[in-house]
Unconditional design. Sequence first.
Length: 350
Amino acid sequence: MPRTATPYDHAAAGPGRPLVDTHGRVHRDLRISLTDRCSLRCTYCMPEQGNEWLAKSSILTLDEIVAVARIAAADGVTTFRLTGGEPLLRTDIVDVVRRLAGVRGPDGHPVDIAMTTNGIRLPEVLPDLVDAGLRRLNISIDTLRRDRFRDLTRRDRLDDVLDGIAAAAASALRPLKLNAVAMRDVNDDELVDLVEFAIAHDAQMRFIEQMPLDAGHTWDRARMVTQDEILATLSARWELTPVPGRAGAPAARWYLDGGPHTVGVIASVTAPFCGDCDRLRLTADGQLRNCLFSTTEYDLLPVLRGAEGSARDEAVDRMLRSCVHGKLPGHAIDDPAFLQPVRGMNAIGG
Ligand code: SAM
Ligand code: SF4
């Protein structure tokens, strides 16, 4: 089990002040995992069988999620990204979006609501999600070939994902982003095809370096496809020029033949962007995490279920500050002493 941290007792705790860590990073992005369940079984994320699901009784209710979100927004968080597992499997997903879209920051501004999804179920729910206040979508698609998709996700559902992307492309949500984990001898010969597919759907393609977050712990640094390799492959087809002004975004971007189309690479392994990280994570079972790779979690469940009213708000705020305070300068994947988190990506929230 991950280590559970003792709360840091911030001397001047109390909602309404920015979440600044000991390295000066201001936290503005809360990734909210809604479930660890998924309609696919991507090899780099989940095992085919034998996954240990989170206990149903520990999954945060909508009211509990909103309680945390309200305090986070008061503390300066401006984006909620809904993820999982597969967030669209949550039966109350439209209500989740609607309630979160009603949360206001200290200046009365609404919070930006984004979602990362595998796209399955999007055609049936997207109009309601947009109506509820969803502003941005990232959809994952690692291959355009049916046989590969089936091998990679262990489910024969490429057509459902393509329908989801078509629905997103037909909606007003922009920028629309498509994500692919680049994998050697799996889809590294499809990088150009994926970018062209994205352009045809008025979307931005982003390639992700594979990270050691698979439930099977099979990640191999020597075999992963690096940012340099991705750029070399794309350079054979387009002239790439860097897009300036990345700020804290995980993806570095390049214009394709001068623009307007771009491609992004999320190089968490070979070019970590920890120095600009403004992200915190809330797992579906109420654990706050300050990094994907952290082995420490801050347990909000007893706080959310053991207190009420302003006492609860203050305790949530203290826990958020403890979590931010405990954030390390970087993830140290390359350190020989690096320990992969016990949770797979589906249970952390990507
Ligand atoms: N099910 C949704 C999806 O696939 O988009 C949301 C959750 S998924 C965990 C979020 C993102 O994490 C996806 O883009 C997925 O490709 C990425 N991801 C999962 N495991 C990964 C790994 N080991 N390395 C890099 N990215 C990973
Ligand atoms: Fe499911 Fe997303 Fe993990 Fe694939 S990456 S198994 S779609 S949670």
